[in-house]
Design a protein around this ligand. Structure first.
Ligand code: AMP
Ligand code: MG
Length: 349
């Protein structure tokens, strides 16, 4: 688990009560697991401990919406409905999420594609869990990869809205060809940040917070001493160390996709969890990690995955098209950034 903490949150103050103006603030912290990853919370509040509430929110999102594995989730029902003539009516949130995912598939020329489910299952990515898989791993044959790829692609999906969906205004129905399997692993953590942000905003006692959901980190409000938030970016070669620190004021979402997060090794080759939908194999774009800075969690999470697959040049272009800042680490450890990222990043000496 420790290896998986790629974005180490710094700046936790060594005390739990502090005075900020006339307000007495508590510093509450929690480390827990959900969505197959580590959740770290640092919250400054004039009220009660809200860390349990945030854990519940993350678990609900996984159980009710995002998990491809749990029968209780909307995604599970969607995948079950693939091939049915009547399709499936989507919740408002899922319709919005899938709509944005399809837009990003187009913008990334297919590098980001939530229909990679059959390929992700074939490689058994979720079986690798966080960190590396232990024991023997045998990569799938090219034939098996080709077979799984035949079941992927957004052309297998069709969304209809309003009366066409057989419902009222706002109803969205999804039709997917038989065998299609959606996988929201590339946006789930970012979407969790969006929910956490709403939760924090609805609590007037919270003055500042950092919450990390695996490789996606939310900063919110301010620290009691008004210093910027410090978010570490993991060194892909030694993921328990930081390559550098981002200094950020106020609310941001920082999403990292890296080849060290989930992987399996066989015959001296490392197979990681970020797949190139063009080949059905782990993306080989010359990068080890991409970190994207956005205001919106889901967008940042999708972009970090897309940019990893696209590689440095095209990835840089895509991030900038969305007004996001990005930092790329290539396989030799060299760092490349969008101009807006440079003043925010300080390399660890
Ligand atoms: P992330 O760690 O955010 O880059 O997301 C990687 C996860 O998203 C993987 O564990 C898969 O579940 C899924 N995934 C892998 N490759 C892609 C891709 N090219 N597009 C969309 N989802 C992907
Ligand atoms: Mg992602």
């Amino acid at each position: 688990m420790k290896r998986f903490l790629k974005a180490v949150l710094l700046g936790a103050l060594p005390f739990c009560l502090c005075s900020c103006g006339r307000q007495e603030l508590r510093h509450v912290q929690s480390v827990d697991t959900a969505m197959g990853t580590v959740i770290q919370q640092n919250i400054y509040t004039a009220g009660g401990d809200c860390t349990d509430g945030i854990m519940e929110l993350i678990r609900n999102l996984e159980e009710r919406t995002l998990s491809w594995r749990l029968e209780t989730s909307e995604l599970y029902r969607i995948n079950q409905a693939a091939g049915s003539r009547e399709g499936i009516v989507l919740t408002e949130e899922m319709a919005a999420v899938l709509g944005r995912c399809l837009e990003l598939t187009e913008a990334s020329e297919g590098a980001f594609d939530v229909t990679v489910g059959p390929v992700a299952r074939l490689w058994d990515i979720d079986g690798w869990a966080a960190g590396s898989r232990t024991g023997e791993f045998e990569p799938p044959s090219q034939e098996a990869v080709d077979g799984a790829l035949d079941l992927c692609g957004v052309s297998r999906l069709r969304m209809t809205a309003g009366p066409d969906a057989g419902g009222e205004e706002g109803t969205v129905r999804l039709y997917a060809e038989a065998g299609t399997e959606l996988d929201l692993g590339a946006v789930g953590k970012g979407l969790a940040l969006t929910h956490i942000l709403e939760y924090l905003e609805s609590d007037p006692d919270v003055t500042g917070a950092t919450v990390s959901v695996g490789g996606s980190v939310l900063t919110y409000g301010s620290r009691p001493d008004r210093a910027p938030w410090q978010v570490g970016i993991a060194d892909p070669d030694h993921s328990s160390d930081n390559l550098g620190i981002l200094s950020l004021e106020g609310q941001w979402c920082i999403s990292t996709s890296g080849d060290y997060e989930r992987f399996a090794e066989a015959g001296g080759v490392r197979y990681h969890h970020i797949l190139d939908p063009a080949t059905g194999r782990p993306a080989d774009s010359g990068l080890s990690s991409v970190t994207v800075l956005t205001k919106d969690g889901m967008l940042g999470d999708a972009l970090s995955t897309a940019c990893f697959v696209l590689g440095r040049e095209k990835g840089m272009e895509l991030a900038q098209r969305y007004g996001a800042e990005a930092l790329f680490v290539d396989k030799s450890g060299e760092i490349f950034m969008t101009p807006g990222m440079e003043p925010l990043f300080r390399r660890t000496p």
